[in-house]
Design a binder for this molecule. Structure first.
Ligand SMILES: Cc1cc2nc3c(=O)[nH]c(=O)nc-3n(C[C@H](O)[C@H](O)[C@H](O)COP(=O)(O)OP(=O)(O)OC[C@H]3O[C@@H](n4cnc5c(N)ncnc54)[C@H](O)[C@@H]3O)c2cc1C
Length: 330
């Protein structure tokens, strides 16, 4: 069986490895560099669960599967992952109540969580990782395993790939590659910045706030990365463009200086990336055309799910059914 994979991010690489494991011949293509999409531009949070906070969806089985997936990722690429835990830091009174409900639901269902005096919640099983370094390791493993990975190759005609099955593993811009998803999937631009190394703060775990719209962490080398604020500028956010904008970056500057507490360290990098969303916050993983499986729309929460969804897409492509795809999407 010849399988072609479109997209060499976390999802595509997971699909490549799984398809090779299943004995398929695999060629994979990226219009840019390997990991050059959201995979290489993201904040590096590894959070269990889905884009919906646990108490909203309350899917115990799926939450457990994402915890297992983090263990799997850790076993696969131990040098680039730290299980530091994560912090949800509420901003408003309403969010404090929501965070308490989040904590209670996790505890009631037997998952680890701690509530701090200031109302923040720590999930000790979460963590952070270096997403581009992981992608490079996975790509090396795929090449060692005789998969063909082709960079700088835009795919605009699936038939030209001459494969028995095609897996379209594209998160941001999925609806552009597969126009039949227009209306169901839409792409957002997410922006970030990074500072020089600083001793001004010591942030031991990745932090998210304002219902996940704002997020930051300190990297092992002391630099601080901050992302978010996109909800404040919807006209600049619902787009497939991936250049940073002045207004969102100015808001990120305020977040860095006022909330994160980094007053002096200079900002050294500013960037943006895209991720696609669905209204019900369920990802897409389905046969969208005969022999073409679409996988993506992780709603800004793909670091763990992408790895699972890539494998689920291979199950769908090769077996015509995937319990994992059902668990992720229904
Ligand atoms: C700024 C930012 C911060 C984020 N932070 C987090 C976080 O902390 N935690 C978390 O869980 N998630 C986060 N996410 C989301 C997460 O990064 C993504 O969901 C995940 O990386 C998606 O991986 P992917 O492989 O599906 O897509 P991508 O990494 O985007 O890969 C898709 C690839 O497909 C290629 N491609 C597109 N069209 C074509 C074509 N026609 N032909 C060939 N190649 C094509 C692209 O070049 C790209 O390399 C963040 C996203 C962004 C943008």
């Amino acid at each position: 069986m010849d399988v072609a994979v479109v997209g060499l991010g976390a999802t595509g690489l997971a699909a490549v490895l799984e398809a090779r494991r299943r004995g398929a011949t695999v060629a994979a293509y990226d219009s840019g560099r390997l990991g050059g999409g959201a995979t290489g531009r993201n904040a590096g949070f590894l959070l269990a669960g889905t884009a919906d906070f646990y108490h909203r969806r309350r899917d115990r089985e799926l939450y457990g599967l994402t915890l297992d997936e983090m263990d799997r990722m850790m076993a696969e690429t131990p040098t680039v992952i730290s299980r530091t835990g994560s912090v949800r830091r509420p901003r408003s009174l309403e969010e404090h109540e929501d965070c308490a409900a989040h904590y209670q639901a996790l505890r009631d269902d037997g998952f680890p969580a701690e509530l701090e005096r200031d109302g923040s919640m720590i999930v000790p099983t979460d963590g952070s990782f270096h997403p581009l370094a992981r992608a490079s390791l996975l790509a090396a493993a795929a090449r060692d395993n005789e998969a063909v990975l082709v960079e700088n190759h835009l795919v605009d005609n699936f038939d030209a790939l001459e494969a028995d099955r095609v897996i379209v593993a594209v998160d941001g811009g999925l609806e552009r590659v597969l126009p039949e998803l227009t209306g169901r999937v839409r792409t957002a631009r997410l922006q970030m910045l990074a500072t020089a190394r600083t001793d001004e703060v010591r942030i031991g775990r990745p932090v998210y706030s304002r219902y996940g719209y704002d997020y930051w962490q300190q990297l092992p080398d002391g630099r601080v990365v901050v992302g978010g604020c996109r909800d404040q500028f919807p006209d600049q956010s619902w787009t497939t463009a991936s250049r940073p904008t002045q207004a969102v970056q100015a808001a990120l500057d305020c977040l860095l200086r006022e909330d994160v507490g980094v007053r002096n360290a200079p900002v050294t990098h500013r960037w943006a990336g895209t991720s696609s969303y669905t209204d019900d916050r369920r990802p897409v993983c389905e046969e969208i055309r005969p022999n073409v499986v679409a996988v993506g729309a992780f709603c800004g929460h793909g670091n763990v799910i992408a790895s699972m969804a890539g494998r689920a897409a291979v199950e769908l492509a090769l077996d015509g059914r995937s319990p994992l795809a059902v668990a992720l999407t229904e």
